[in-house]
Design a protein around this ligand. Sequence first.
Ligand code: RFL
Ligand code: PHB
Length: 394
Amino acid sequence: MSTTIKTQVCIIGAGPSGLLLAQLLANSGIDTVVLDRKDRAYIEGRIRAGVLEQGTVTALEEAGAAERLHREGLTHDGFELAFDGIRHRIDIAALTGKTVTVYGQTEVTKDLFDKRYAEGQVFYFNVEDVKPTNLKSDQPAVHFTKDGENIVVECDYVAGCDGFHGVSRRAIPADVLKTYERIYPFGWLGILVEKPPVSHELIYANHERGFALASMRSDTRSRYYIQCGVNDDLANWSDDRFWEEFALRLGPDAAANLQTGPSFEKSIAPLRSFVAEPMRYGNLFLAGDAAHIVPPTGAKGLNLAASDIRILSRALVEHYKNNNDHYMDTYSATALARVWKGERFSWQLSALMHQFPDHSPFERKMQRAEFDYIMGSEAASRSIAENYVGLPLE
Ligand code: RFL
Ligand code: PHB
């Protein structure tokens, strides 16, 4: 048995990219169907991003999903870089006139889900065997199974918002798709703890034992990371071992305020830079992690996803409302231009802040010289600040 559904845009993936796109299109009366191989609880439970650029906040405002963010999000005017315990503050507000907002990805997805449910969005969760087809024709379709039933979504466009491991990017023929990748020789071990943050701003620390990051989710909940081995096992990392290592890497000055406690989430993430080009194939549009991955050092992943969706939603709205295909035709080039700048910044900050197994004392001296240069140069600090708050959309 098979069921056929018709819609204007079929969105594969209900992560932040897919949810934001569905909402921005709904605001213009464009019909969507959203499917995901997981369910709402799983998606909301994924502890990931924490820092939102102003442009991402604007996108959530446009979506009508920023009310709680404005109530509960923490506005940050700056952050710190530290090198062997020496601290340098990047005053992003003074250097760029902009701020960032600390608000977890879990909360962003919850707010978007609440709004989509309130407006009657059709979601298909726990779907299997998802297959986008006929992408070069004007009648593309997405096939999948749910509870053993075959379902076909006939649509005008397919939005591939299904993350790095999704099927959308793989639907682009190998002779069309070009990919660029760097895998880093380390990972990040992250914990969540119900204790006030060690500092009211983020601290990115380079120490001879490896990188550490002090972040937060609220005034009472901290998110801390340390660089770990790429094949490291969580079983090797008791809370006690984590706290000892984290305090050491942060340096005695910052660690003096550290409040430790039992972690209630602990996970290891690999670090990768990846870009797939083009981001459009026929009537398939890729957005977010489906098209690109950055190492988390610059807090760019979710923000790049949101800027893709701003560009894509404008293109679809112009197509449907004004019969104007200019933004559809330029989507891939416009999105990629911003993506590559986000890739560069994340790669550069990762290179500055981590210990690389193949580095010689020379490279360590180079890191130190770059840190000293940033400390002594307003121009260098401003360059970091303007990338951190987010470059203009185009
Ligand atoms: P997602 O979030 O991966 O969502 C994709 C969705 O697609 C579904 N899916 C499928 N659905 C149907 N059929 C299939 N075949 C499917 N395959 C997959 C999945 O179930 C999922 O629900 O991609 P999206 O929406 O593009 O969002 C991207 C962001 O999640 C990601 O870029 C950020 O989390 C990255 N990131 C950070 N970004 C920031 O901007 N600031 C940060 O501070 C930040 N910190 C982080 C991060 C990512 C991290 N990890 C673990 C990767 C910190 C960490 C530790
Ligand atoms: C986080 O709070 O999870 C976070 C913050 C900044 C980053 C990466 C992750 O650069």
